[in-house]
Write a protein that binds this ligand. Structure first.
Ligand code: SF4
Length: 490
């Protein structure tokens, strides 16, 4: 069997595009909410610091990251070949393979598998790709009872909230809120002790694993030469989901492949360290098809759903390297913007720097036209990324795409046209600088202007702006005159 990937723009769905996200207002609201800034800044800093501390434990951290980047680069260059090999191996192991061009198709496939199994209860381990296609909504709309079993996802499901981080989904929720939620929903006595709360959740979840008819997992990696799906968790819930129910569905994006099992340790070493500063994630499960004769446990049926949802379009574009992402979340933790506004301000499945690149690419530029600008280009994300994705450059290119596609506001276009004109003529540049200086002095106090008109008002709504210093050319001219005068005087 040969796997043929849809060619970009010819069958590959770019995913479900919705209304344009008003990122600027969402970000402004979040940035002025001290509670959000405090929660995210603290939790992101802790993970970022832990990553910085533990990465040097690798004998050659940078070389390991370069190796991981090279392996992923090679895989993406040969993705059709490795997908072909992977699918063949999974089928040899007795697994069923399904291809989904977009989220709607993947939801349909998984719903039909659940219907064929007459499933009543479906247990799920954490999967960002299932968030991407809103799988839970689709299954619940079809009448299935879906239970998230990752502690963070379980809490969010009870609270009916969305993840705010791709690794720690309830990064926005303090333990006191979880205590109130559990008291209300589980009928237990209020406690904000994390151990007590974890035990309460464990008591509920453990029984449900044994009642479930179907399990759904994502994939952290998929190994082409062995046909193996790899999931890593810290709670062991993924292992329960994949081994206890009679039917197992693995939903994965096609970019999750690595060519060989011998490369897996490179990624396992990097993933735990980059995500949470752990030496290695607590549980690593390798699943190669359904249970075989003599196996102690495992599903009787194994279904693999390979999702495109815009990925082949990205593969064929200049943004291919974004598909190297192993979803460690390190770029979110390092990003000063994410730390200030949190994950919900992005209104996207994937927030932070990687989300600002892939959200517009997987859905539409029109929906997420502001996200490429949610970056100060400080380079912290590139520094943190274990697979060396040059996110700042990708964001700059996406900004150009936003302008070319006509999604930028008129004020931007006029502003940059004026800037270009001024920068290409020394006369206009000097004139502009002089006028700008005069304008900035009007109404300023102690060298600071507190209010700008028009688009500039967005800036001064939250902070003051300094008045303009004397332009370099004027200072240079003055200096020249002084020197000439000194020379003339002898
Ligand atoms: S872009 Fe890099 S740092 Fe960010 S989540 Fe992906 S792998 Fe991690």
């Amino acid at each position: 069997m040969s796997v043929s990937l849809p060619i970009a723009g010819q069958g590959a769905s770019a995913g479900h595009a919705g209304a344009a996200v008003d990122f600027k207002h969402r970000a402004a609201d979040a940035a002025t909410n001290p509670r959000i800034a405090a929660i995210f800044d603290r939790s992101a800093r802790m993970k970022d610091d832990a990553r910085r501390l533990i990465l040097p434990e690798l004998p050659e951290p940078l070389a390991t990251r370069e190796l991981a980047a090279t392996i992923k680069r090679h895989t993406l260059q040969n993705l059709d070949r490795y997908l072909d090999q992977f699918v063949t191996r999974v089928r040899e192991h007795g697994g069923h393979v399904h291809f989904a061009a977009d989220g709607a198709q993947a939801n349909q496939i998984i719903t039909e598998i659940a219907q064929a199994a007459s499933a009543r209860l479906i247990v799920k381990s954490k999967s960002m790709v299932s968030e991407e296609i809103e799988l839970n909504h689709a299954l619940e709309a079809a009448g299935f009872n879906v239970l998230e079993t990752d502690l963070g996802e379980y809490i969010l499901q009870l609270a009916n909230e969305k993840p705010s981080h791709i690794v720690t989904p309830m990064a926005h929720k303090p333990k006191e809120e979880v205590g109130e939620l559990f008291a209300r929903k589980l009928g237990i006595e209020y406690s904000d002790d994390p151990t007590t709360l974890t035990k309460a959740a464990r008591k509920v979840l453990r029984d449900r694993f044994f009642e479930a008819d179907m399990g759904i997992i994502g994939a952290n990696f998929a190994v082409a030469d062995t046909g193996t799906v790899v999931i890593v968790t810290n709670e062991g819930n993924g292992r329960f989901c994949s081994s206890r129910p009679r039917r197992l569905v693995c939903l994965m994006g096609i970019e999750k492949l690595i060519p060989r099992m011998k490369y897996l340790p490179v990624f396992l070493k990097l993933l735990g360290k980059s995500a949470t500063g752990q030496r290695i994630t607590s549980y690593t499960s390798l699943i190669s098809g359904p249970r075989r004769p003599g196996d102690f446990d495992g599903p009787e049926e194994f279904h693999l759903v390979l999702l495109d949802n815009g990925r082949t379009k990205v593969l064929a574009s200049e943004y291919r390297e974004a598909l190297r992402c192993i979803r460690c979340g390190a770029c979110l933790n390092a990003c000063p913007i994410y730390r200030k506004i949190g994950g919900h301000a992005y209104d996207a499945t994937y927030p932070g720097p990687i989300g600002s690149v892939i959200s517009p690419l997987f859905t539409s530029l029109a929906q997420y036209a502001d996200l490429p600008s949610a970056c100060s280009l400080c380079g912290a994300c590139l520094d943190a990324c274990p697979v060396r994705i040059d996110l700042p450059t990708q964001l700059i290119h996406l900004r150009q795409d936003v302008i070319k596609a006509g999604h930028a506001p008129l004020s931007w276009k006029l502003g940059f046209k004026g800037w270009k004109l001024g920068m290409s003529s020394s006369f206009l540049y000097r004139m502009g600088a002089r006028m700008g200086r005069v304008f900035m002095k009007l109404g300023a106090r102690d060298g600071w202007k507190r209010k700008l008109p028009a688009t500039g008002a967005i800036w001064t709504r939250y902070r003051d702006i300094p008045t303009m210093p004397k332009p370099f050319h004027s200072r240079w001219d003055e200096l020249q005159k002084e020197i000439e005068q000194e020379n003339a005087e002898g």
